[in-house]
Design a protein around this ligand. Structure first.
Ligand code: HEM
Length: 428
């Protein structure tokens, strides 16, 4: 049985590259993800066990267009709405307040995904106590992460953990089911993910999605769609502040592309340097730090499946085993990235260099059929938030001696990151 102390961790780029070969390998749900898998028959895209799963296939086919470039561009105003709430908060608090970056980035990303996906406002910027759904969700993430670190059957012997996980999962599914029911009872014309799931027809079968599957995917989007993007924004802010040359280059770009105008969708593709900063931040600190691969169960060839490292050593990947691609390592492999692999160098991510990277060298959004469906969503959101922050504030680290320390749950985030924000001259 995979996952019971048999996970192999792989960090060299050449091995990760081979494990990304979709003809031999595919995603395996193991580690923290396995702990997230509910007993419930309906699973969201993220935790669906296999590509062969009919529910995964249906949801994938219906949702791909809903996450396409045009659909994401239509979400621009809602993303601006939430990002502007962050700007307003920081402006009101003024430069004498120590701002907890990760917490505020989480407010932005959670409120954004909820608004864009299902027209729901958590209003995290207007309340000190999180919505019960949010508490249940963050507790589930923390407990799943902890449970995955406890070996083998031991976690099932911890009834309190198990009970709490179950209660939290039920609360999330119930809240999501209520949102689906409410939308069915109060239809809107809105072009959001919820309507895409309720009314969208599978192009292959013509069928629509079951309500329990829609609810499971709503929960998936809220979970998958907020922690990772919040971490991306937080690490990028930390890295920019630790690298003043990059910070001023990014700010200069915003000044020349946007100036004092209101940020508009057409500005985003011109924010090339900020895009490079985001790519480089995700290389150094991929906020989903690993993904698991295993031999394709439907593989016809039943001979041994071998991968080979740079020294020419061969490793057989046993069927049913889970090999974890640790991209926090492979994305810093000096053989690919050079002697400065641990440095923040956004210039190496310029479009022409990025396009010429060795295959599977930059993999923060996963790989193959099960790669991240929300990549364009996260990208647009991150560009908007960073552009607004740089346009409006002079930022500085609260602690000038601050160095990035990583805090890991299911995702990674920078620990203890506090900044001060002063409104820039001429900004009202
Ligand atoms: C899958 C990373 C943002 C929804 C994945 C995977 C990675 C990833 C690595 C593959 C996991 C695996 O192979 O086990 C990220 C990062 C993000 C981000 C780094 C932000 C910087 C988002 C957003 C959404 C989202 C904003 C939703 C709005 C999903 C879903 C899957 C997924 C549904 C599962 C896809 C499938 O299996 O069909 N993501 N993600 N992600 N992500 Fe993201």
């Amino acid at each position: 049985m995979p996952g019971f102390g048999e996970t192999v961790f792989v960090g060299g780029h050449e091995l990760v590259d081979q494990l990304c070969d979709e003809t031999r390998f595919c995603k395996v749900v193991s580690g923290p993800l396995a702990a997230l898998v509910a007993k419930d028959p309906a699973r969201g895209l993220f935790t669906a066990p296999a590509e062969a799963d009919p529910d995964w296939q249906q949801a994938h086919r219906i949702l791909i267009p809903a996450f396409g470039p045009l659909a994401i561009e239509e979400m621009f105003e809602e993303m601006m709405d939430i990002a502007s709430q962050l700007v307003l908060k920081w402006a009101r608090l003024g430069q004498n307040t120590k701002l907890a970056v990760v917490e505020d980035m989480t407010r932005v990303t959670l409120d954004t995904i909820a608004l864009c996906a299902m027209d729901y406002r958590f209003n995290s910027f207007y309340s000190d106590t999180p919505h019960p759904f949010v508490t249940a969700m963050t507790d589930t993430l923390a407990l799943s992460s902890k449970a995955s670190q406890i070996s083998g059957m031991l976690k099932f012997l911890l009834p309190s953990t198990h009970k709490k996980l179950k209660a939290d999962e039920e609360l999330q599914m119930k809240t999501a089911a209520d949102v689906v029911q409410y939308r069915r009872d109060h239809p809107t014309e809105k072009n959001d993910l919820l309507n895409a799931m309720i009314y969208g027809k599978d192009p292959k079968t013509g069928a629509t999605m079951r309500d329990d599957l829609i609810a499971a995917n709503m929960v998936t989007f809220l979970i998958a769609g907020h922690e990772t993007t919040s971490g991306l924004l937080s690490f990028t802010i930390a890295l920019l502040l630790l690298n003043p040359r990059a910070y001023f280059a990014a700010r200069k770009e915003v000044d020349s592309v946007v100036g004092s105008k209101r940020l508009a969708p057409e500005h985003l593709k011109e924010l090339k340097y900020i895009e490079q900063c985001l790519r480089e931040a995700l290389r150094l600190y991929p906020t989903a730090p690993a993904f698991s691969r295993g031999v394709r169960p439907d593989r016809k060839d039943d001979g041994p499946v071998i991968i080979t490292d740079r020294q020419g050593r061969h490793f057989e990947v046993p069927r049913g085993a889970s090999w974890r691609c640790v991209i926090t390592k492979s994305q810093r492999d000096p053989a690919v990235w050079g002697a400065d692999c641990n440095e923040f160098v956004p210039e190496r991510m310029a479009d022409e260099l990025f396009a010429a990277l060795p295959r599977n060298a930059w993999k923060p959004f996963g790989t193959g059929m099960r790669a991240c469906i929300g990549r364009a969503f996260a990208w647009q959101e991150a560009l908007i938030v960073l552009a607004l922050i740089l346009q409006n504030f002079d930022l500085q680290l609260d602690d000038p001696e601050y160095r990035v320390r990583v805090q890991q749950t299911l995702t990674i985030k920078p620990k203890g990151l506090f900044v001060r924000a002063r409104l820039r001259e001429g900004v009202s």
